[in-house]
Design a binder for this molecule. Structure first.
Ligand code: NAP
Length: 288
């Protein structure tokens, strides 16, 4: 039986876990990453290292991107040696990066103009869920394209929510991270307050994590803040990017929000004071 050919563009924290799940599920996987060193471990597990996004896209039934932001997504799909121009008619371009709805709508049109089908499928879940095939895909696009892509999504995730046309996935993903970013920012301020007042910080935080504000994010991130454990699950600058995109979406809809921008400041301050390559939990450090 011939195996379905899938390509993964972007092998960061999330993309590497996703590619590994596709290999484990038996797909024929080509991988591409700007920094080639991240591709080698996947090649050792059976992936083909592609020389460029175009090389990865050529012959693939589905090409999945998991990249930093709008600008990188644009460059990798449509720039020199971009994937889109190399893809076959009827193949599926699927972007799982956290992007603006404006860009994914434009990208869908660029794909369609080339006879390539498009889905946006940003994810909830983080490093561990990507590594375990337990992501939740927030899909925007046509139902028949989703059905064609479903075997691949099922290999990388445990749930798929079809939210509507292209752009709706980005809207819900940005709202999700807006709430997560605001929680992490307010948690950092509260925890720093406990420390400055000389409280038993473990005890004080347990009131939050066992009380009304408790959420999976609050529980996980407060533990990392208390332990000063900043190995990255989610990099500080990427949350700043998401809060910027969320603020943009709110402004475009005519909804005034000071909250996204205020939370973003915590992440920008952390990045500016040397925590740009650490986990979002490190945003407490400039407050300590
Ligand atoms: P990451 O580890 O920083 O990976 C980012 C990827 O983008 C890497 O492959 C990186 O390549 C690539 N990239 C960055 N700048 C580039 C450029 N100028 N040209 C080409 N490639 C470039 O981040 P991640 O956590 O995997 O996140 C990937 C996406 O998923 C982001 O949109 C993020 O917001 C979203 N997301 C993350 C999480 C999470 O918890 N981590 C959860 C949900 C969604 P290099 O390796 O060469 O730098």
């Amino acid at each position: 039986m011939t195996r379905m050919k899938v390509a993964v563009l972007g092998l960061g924290i999330m993309g590497s876990g996703m590619a590994r799940q596709l290999l484990a599920a038996g797909f024929e996987v080509a991988v591409w990453n700007r920094s080639a060193d991240k591709a080698q471990p996947l090649a050792d597990e059976g992936a083909r290292i592609a020389a460029s996004p175009a090389d990865a896209g050529n012959g693939a039934a589905i090409v999945i991107a998991m990249l930093a932001d709008d600008a990188v997504s644009r460059a990798v799909w449509t720039g020199e040696d971009g994937a889109l121009a190399a893809m076959h008619e009827g193949a599926i371009a699927l972007d799982s990066s956290t992007l603006t709805s404006g860009w994914v709508i434009e990208l869908a049109a660029l794909a369609e103009a080339r006879g390539v089908r498009f889905l946006e499928a940003p994810v909830t879940g983080s490093r561990d869920q990507a590594a375990q095939g337990a992501l939740r895909f927030l899909v925007g696009g046509a139902a028949d394209v989703l059905e064609a892509a479903r075997p691949v999504l099922d290999a990388m995730g445990s749930a798929t929510v079809h939210l509507g046309p292209v752009g709706s996935g980005a809207t819900v993903k940005l709202a999700n991270n807006f709430l997560c970013g605001v929680q992490a920012a307010s948690l950092a301020e509260a925890l720093a307050l406990f420390e400055k007042r000389g409280l038993n910080v473990e005890q004080a935080v347990s009131v939050l994590t066992e009380g009304a504000p408790a959420s999976p994010l609050l529980k996980a991130v407060s533990r990392r803040m208390l332990d000063r454990a900043y190995d990255p699950h989610f990099f500080v600058p990427l949350m700043a990017k998401d809060l910027s995109y969320a603020g943009q979406a709110l402004a475009e809809a005519g909804i005034p929000s000071a909250i996204a921008e205020a939370a973003r400041k915590r992440f920008l301050d952390a990045a500016a004071s040397g925590h740009g390559e650490q986990d979002i939990a490190s945003i407490i450090e400039p407050l300590r």
